[in-house]
Design a protein around this ligand. Structure first.
Ligand SMILES: Nc1ncnc2c1ncn2[C@@H]1O[C@H](COP(=O)(O)OP(=O)(O)OP(=O)(O)O)[C@@H](O)[C@H]1O
Length: 627
């Protein structure tokens, strides 16, 4: 156990990580209400689902795979049948050369069939190698797209993040899906072929062999259940561990980690959580050992019975000696096929547990995709109106916005101020339709956002959020966000100039083509204020009827701030502008200032009116001046 470097005898030890459990309203362990039989019955549907997905990505690969499986099975049957024929000759009467000569045609067929079996088996591995990467990519993209598309409110739902983590594991397991299915099918076909031959030798043999391999199959399924149960218990912890891993190792937070002496605590925390996860895994190990030992012993006893029966049949003369010798080979082949059949059946069962998580999450995300309506928003918007808008975050008692009405007209600059947590950013999200009001309406030229196509709304909005993304993209794409307006860079340089960034961009090694991610090869890094200027350039570039800037200049120097506000004023006539800020002096540029408190508008007016009104705004201005 690593101890945090900050701990000594006079201070309390660092607290262990909070205990987290994958669960919540939507966290449902598929094993909780599904018995062994139910899970086995699920196999055909998993196979069908795999086949459908595989068919969608690579039809030729699927046809090749299926053809190879059939041919492999056929080859196995031919090998067995002709081995029996060869045995009859070899163990028959006559001289050795005569017997070998008699067996030769059958032996040639056996060799040719075995070679064909090897070739088709190699080809099916090739087909699997073709299908699997495509399938994994499709599943991965489906997950990323599903998360990007859900309503923002879904992120706050109980269990959403954990279910996403479980689905991520499902995506990685997709890699095994085709392989499992292919091996299961191949074993099934070989088993059918071998069973035919062995039943022809003596009807008692097949049931006995089945008994010999069934314990191994049951053992594999039980082990899969234990493994999945452990995984299920660890999902919550693993989710938070991977988040923390990213935070702890991301270069952007490196200064804070070092200068605040966090390294020791972070490593301690990481190890504590990993130990907890390992502990659960280790607890499962004796259970797994018990399962394997018991089922192997049982399988061994049944196998012994099979051999004993064969010996008894031969001794009693109930089967001829050549047939008994063939039966030895057939038993080995059938046993191998049966073993593969149950093992890969169990593997599919195992994979299906993880895939069920992936499918459940995709269904959940699909249910949470916006279903607002088809209404569109005109290119020119004259008015945005809010009628008694209320919004409460999931799981919160108090609404963040508690009945706000306002009208914003084209050409107007509106400033929203208020203390921390008063609801300013939430109001901005409601105005843009990122969040939908629980009560009341947000109307853009009479179009209720609850019934409008969200993409149509977001085509008309530009937002500088409080917590903005520094995309690891080139400088150009960080401004255009992949939506260029022209084939040349003129509009990009226009907004770069507007935020006073030309010199900084020109100094970058490849100017607009520079990758803005120092951690990536060939990348460059901007300062905090430069990033914020770039994010403002991003919003200005969109030239939309609504521009919202949430604390746009908090990291900027006076020159940058001056440039941005000058630009906001210059372009204001063409749009509606909302500035959320704690820099009260900046609200002088606004036509109207809204003061929020506990989710409500408590004052509104111009800067001068509010300063003289003696209310909350005047108090905040006085506090800002009292330094
Ligand atoms: N994603 C969220 N999930 C749950 N509660 C949230 C979420 N975002 C904000 N809140 C809560 O909603 C309330 C209003 O938050 P909001 O971010 O709108 O305030 P704000 O006025 O913008 O604050 P600040 O000045 O600190 O940026 C707060 O009580 C906050 O805790």
């Amino acid at each position: 156990m690593t101890h945090a470097s900050t701990a000594d005898e006079n201070t309390p030890p660092p607290p262990p990580p909070a205990t987290l459990e994958f669960g919540g309203k939507y966290g449902k362990n598929p094993l909780a209400d599904a018995g062994f039989g139910a899970m086995c019955r699920r196999l055909p549907s998993v196979l069908a689902h795999t086949a459908r997905m595989a068919w969608a990505v690579d039809r030729t690969g699927v046809v090749l795979l299926l053809a190879c499986q059939l041919l492999t099975g056929l080859a196995a049957a031919v090998v067995l049948a002709f081995t029996a024929q060869a045995m009859t000759h070899i163990l028959g009467s006559g001289t050795v050369p005569e017997r070998l000569h008699g067996a030769l045609p059958a032996l040639i067929v056996v060799t040719a069939a075995a070679a064909a079996g090897r070739i088709t088996s190699a080809l099916s591995s090739y087909a699997d190698g073709r299908i699997t990467p495509l399938l994994t990519t499709e599943a991965d993209i489906a997950l990323v797209a599903a998360v990007c598309r859900v309503e923002t409110a879904a992120y706050g739902e109980d269990g959403f993040a954990d279910r996403q983590e479980a689905a991520e594991v499902g995506v990685t397991r997709t890699r095994m899906m085709v392989q499992d299915a292919q091996r299961f099918l191949s074993a099934l076909i070989r088993m059918i072929a071998a069973s035919g031959v062995i039943t022809a030798l003596h009807p008692l043999m097949l049931p006995l062999l089945l008994l010999a391999v069934l314990p191994a199959g049951a053992g594999a399924v039980l082990s899969a259940r234990v493994d999945y149960e452990t995984h299920y218990l660890n999902v919550g912890d693993r989710n938070v561990r991977s988040m923390m891993r990213w935070w702890a190792t991301y270069s952007r937070f490196g200064d804070e980690v070092r200068a605040n002496g966090m390294t020791g605590y972070l490593v301690f925390w990481y190890r504590s959580l990993s130990d907890r996860i390992d502990q659960r895994t280790l607890t499962a190990a004796p259970r797994l050992l018990r399962i394997v030992l018991t089922t192997s012993a049982l399988g061994g006893v049944f196998l012994l019975c099979t051999w004993a029966t064969l010996a008894w049949l031969a001794a009693e003369g109930r089967v001829a000696l050549p047939v008994a010798a063939t039966a030895v080979v057939a038993v080995q082949t059938t046993l191998a096929a049966l073993g593969q059949f149950v093992i890969h059946g169990a593997a599919m069962f195992h994979t299906s547990l993880y895939l069920a998580d992936m499918r459940a999450f995709l269904d959940m995300a699909a249910e949470r995709a916006p279903r607002r309506g088809e209404l569109t928003i005109p290119e020119r918007v004259e008015e945005i109106r809010l009628d008694e808008v209320v919004y409460r975050y999931p799981g919160k008692e108090e609404p963040a916005v508690a009945g706000v009405s306002l009208a914003l007209r084209r050409g107007e600059i509106l400033a929203i101020v208020g203390e921390n947590g008063s609801g300013k950013s939430t109001l901005a999200k409601l105005i843009t339709g990122i969040l939908l009001a629980d009560k009341g309406r947000v109307l853009w030229d009479g179009v209720d956002l609850a019934h409008a196509d969200p993409d149509a709304v977001w085509k008309r909005t530009a937002l500088v959020p409080q917590n903005f993304a520094c995309w690891p993209l080139r400088a150009r794409e960080n401004i255009t966000l992949g939506q260029p307006k022209s084939f040349d860079d003129t509009p990009v340089w226009d907004v770069v100039d507007a935020v006073g960034m030309r010199e900084a961009i020109e100094k970058l090694p490849r100017q607009l083509d520079t990758l803005l991610a120092k951690e990536l090869w060939g990348g460059a890094e901007l300062s905090g204020g430069q990033w914020q200027r770039l994010v403002c350039a991003r919003a200005l570039y969109r030239r939309t009827p609504l521009l919202i800037l949430d604390e746009p200049t908090s990291q900027m120097d006076a020159r940058g701030e001056h440039a941005i506000f000058l630009e906001i004023k210059r372009i204001a006539a063409e749009r509606m502008t909302i500035v959320v800020t704690h820099q009260l002096a900046n609200t002088r540029l606004a036509d109207r200032v809204l003061v929020m408190d506990q989710g409500r508008i408590v004052e509104q007016g111009t800067y001068d009116e509010l300063v003289h009104a003696g209310g909350l705004f005047a108090e905040l201005v006085a506090l800002a001046d009292d330094r």
